[in-house]
Each structure stands twice: as structure tokens, then as C-alpha cells.
Ligand binder design. Structure first.
Ligand code: GLY
Length: 395
């Protein structure tokens, strides 16, 4: 049910943000029997709408991010059960498929980088191997002429983030109050506890517990809570969607990651015929839309890997802000101020980390300890981190 801000009933749990993380939190709170309100100016139109849905904890593992890699591996393992439960609750398929990920290096410099990362990933015990260019072509016959090296991560999957959002929205909207509004700030009680949020029209949405899941806009929501630092900065990403329904040879291919003259790119072919090409990672000042050069660069690098992409209709260009923290680990758990919980800062891994975030919320709502691996997400792990370089807009 939807509601105007001023008439919203008192909630047990109020979630700020209706992206994949906010909706996941709302769903888990409903399952725990709570009265739930969700507030967002434009539900599931943020980073979730841009996401490609690669569940790639191995292929995306990077230097300096071993803790994050362990978190990602743990959450990826929970995706099949999470998807089953969500599909059972919503009646909607979320497009989870086990395809594996092929990573391709374009030239000799890229091959060196690829092998360097392979050594790191294997040292961390991750399931990935080098394959020959011929073996890479067996997996993706559409590969272009430049394959200097390749690796194969057999256990990786993909999911359709827009389908996940539709399923979450169906279960949440059936039982929660959804308020279509931005948030001007949080309301404090007599002892400083958070007791709800204010909307720009002067309304208040009262709640016993506020969960901040507003992605790159999260810092703005709590700017008047000096005890809580939410060091989330926007890292802008553009993804492209191409229509391969008339080119069925794309369906059934694995997820393809590439390093093309030092630039990362990925191509995610879905069984539905959609092909997602991504993604830029940009910390320059925003231009209020998509930079023409970003579309050019994504297509230039993607077609260097798979020349046949040239022939497909380009049907969607989406640019959104990922919420990044300094250490690239999310902030999930109590904020330190009573009544305020954080579920934000998921950076490149909002879709991948949804099941783990759900597990932390399940634990929180039943006074159980969070899963051991999730302790790394504790928002109080460092205090305070320095101010973000570029803050998100209004909530
Ligand atoms: N995880 C892929 C991205 O953020 O672009």
C-alpha cells in the first residue's frame, strides 16, 4: 500500500531507501512480523536499476580487498536460497543462472594484470584457473581476435537486478506502507534516540527503528546526527543494455569480463536476450546525465572483446551512483545511536551482498549475533572516517 507522508502510521521499522538493499531489509522485517514503512522518492530507480547482476566474488576480487572477497563469497553462496525464498514469496522469477565467468585479457599488458590477479585469487583459495585462448573460445565462440590470456571462474552466477527489485517490491508493497518522498532528516527523542524521519513537506514518519539504506544519498539523511559518520561517497557507473533476442547465440554464454588496454569492462548475456555492458567507475563531478564519452568507451572496449555486439540494438543507457565506503566494505548494523541502523555502502556489490545483508537484519531483529563473516560490516568498525570527497545529493 502507498501512503502520503503526513498520514503514515507509526512503524516498527522504517526503511529509508527502496533499492535492492532497502527492499531486502523491509522484506526481512515483514517476515519477522514487524509493521514496516519504506520511504523513497523514486523506488528502485537508483543504483539497482543500473546494476548488471554479476554475482562475481572471485572474478571481481582485487588487491587489498581480501575481507570483502570473503564477504562476497559467503553472500554468493546464499544467493540460490535467497532467490528461491523470494520467488516463492512473490511468484516472480529473478533470473538467477549459474553461467561461470570468463575473464579475457586483450593485450600483453592486460595478460600480465590478469595473471597477477589470478595469483592473488588463488592465494586466497578462490575457485579460478587459467585457460588457453582456444579453451576461452570454446566457452565464448563470439570472442574477437585479441585474446592474450584468459581465466575461468566456474562457480559464478548472475541474476537480473530489475527482476529482483520487482519481486521484492511485490512482497513489500503487499504488506508495508510505501511513502514516495525524500527525507529531510531524522527525528530525535528526548534521550537522543532516533524516533523517525522528517519529510520535506513538514511531515514526520514515526518509527521504533530507522534503517538507513539510501545508497549514495545516505550521508545526507543523517547530516544532523553528529554522532554518526556515514562515509559513503558516490562512484558513478553507466551500464548499457542491448537487445540480443534476434541473436540467440548470445543466450547461454557465460558472463564475460575483460581487461582492454588496462580498462575493465564486462558483458552479461542473459537467457532473456538482454545483454548488459558495464560499467564505468567515475568519481568526477556529475554532468547530470550520461557522458557521451562513457558510452563510447564502454562500446569500444566491449566490441574489442565481442565484435558481434556492434549489430545489436542499444536499448537502454543507465547512469547511477554506487555508494562507496573508504574500505569498500558495506556498513550494516547498529549505528551506535539507539533507533538507527545502517544498511548502506555496498559499493559495487549491492546485488551480490543482498542475502548477507538479509542475514544480518534477520539476526538483528531476533537479537541473535550476526554471522561471523558479517562482523566486517559493523558500521562502528572505525570511527569516524574522514569526510567523503564528494557527498550525495538530498535524500
Ligand atoms: N559489480 C559491478 C559494478 O559495480 O559495476
Amino acid at each position: 500500500m502507498t501512503s502520503a507522508a503526513r498520514t503514515s502510521p507509526h512503524a516498527d521499522v522504517l526503511v529509508v531507501g527502496a533499492g535492492i538493499i532497502g527492499l531486502t531489509v523491509a522484506w526481512r522485517a515483514l517476515l519477522a512480523g514487524r509493521r514496516v514503512t519504506v520511504v523513497d522518492p523514486d523506488p528502485h530507480a537508483g543504483a539497482t536499476h543500473a546494476a548488471a547482476g554479476m554475482l562475481a566474488p572471485v572474478s571481481e576480487a582485487e588487491h587489498g580487498e581480501e575481507t570483502l572477497a570473503r564477504l562476497n563469497v559467503a553472500s554468493a553462496a546464499q544467493w540460490p536460497a535467497f532467490a528461491r525464498e523470494l520467488t516463492a514469496a512473490s511468484g516472480l522469477d529473478v533470473g538467477l543462472v549459474a553461467t561461470g565467468t570468463l575473464t579475457v585479457a586483450y593485450d600483453a599488458g592486460d595478460a600480465q594484470r590478469c595473471r597477477d590477479l589470478l595469483a592473488l585469487q588463488r592465494a586466497w583459495g578462490l575457485d579460478v584457473d587459467e585457460v588457453t585462448p582456444a579453451q576461452a573460445r570454446e566457452r565464448v565462440p563470439l570472442l574477437g581476435p585479441h585474446v592474450a590470456a584468459a581465466t575461468w571462474a566456474p562457480g559464478e552466477r548472475q541474476v537480473d537486478p530489475r527482476a529482483v527489485a520487482r519481486a521484492l517490491r511485490a512482497v513489500v508493497e503487499a504488506a508495508a506502507t510505501v511513502v514516495t518522498s525524500s527525507v529531510a532528516g531524522v527525528e530525535r527523542g528526548p534521550s537522543g534516540e532516533v524516533v523517525g524521519v522528517r519529510t520535506p513537506d513538514g511531515g514526520t514518519l514515526p518509527a521504533d527503528l530507522v534503517v538507513l539504506a539510501a545508497g549514495a544519498r545516505s550521508a545526507a539523511v543523517v547530516r544532523d546526527v553528529p554522532e554518526v559518520t556515514v562515509p559513503v561517497r558516490p562512484v558513478t557507473g553507466t551500464t548499457l543494455r542491448l537487445d540480443a533476442r534476434a541473436a540467440p547465440w548470445f543466450a547461454g554464454l557465460p558472463v564475460l569480463r575483460g581487461v582492454v588496454q588496462h580498462r575493465p569492462v564486462y558483458v552479461v548475456p542473459r537467457p532473456s536476450g538482454e545483454v548488459v555492458v558495464g560499467a564505468t567507475s567515475d568519481e568526477r563531478d556529475p554532468v547530470g546525465g550520461t557522458r557521451a564519452g562513457d558510452v563510447f568507451a564502454l562500446l569500444r572496449d566491449a566490441r574489442a572483446l565481442v565484435p558481434g555486439l556492434d549489430e545489436l540494438p542499444l536499448v537502454d543507457v543507465t547512469t547511477r551512483d554506487r555508494p562507496a565506503t573508504r574500505d569498500h566494505l558495506p556498513l550494516v548494523g547498529p549505528s551506535g545511536v539507539p533507533g538507527l541502523v545502517l544498511a548502506t555502502g555496498h559499493h559495487r556489490n549491492g546485488v551480490l551482498l543482498a542475502p548477507l545483508t538479509a542475514a544480518v537484519v534477520d539476526a538483528l531483529l531476533t537479537d541473535a549475533p550476526p554471522p561471523d563473516v558479517a562482523r566486517a560490516c559493523d558500521p562502528r568498525r572505525r570511527s569516524p572516517l574522514t569526510t567523503p570527497t564528494r557527498t550525495g545529493g538530498t535524500a
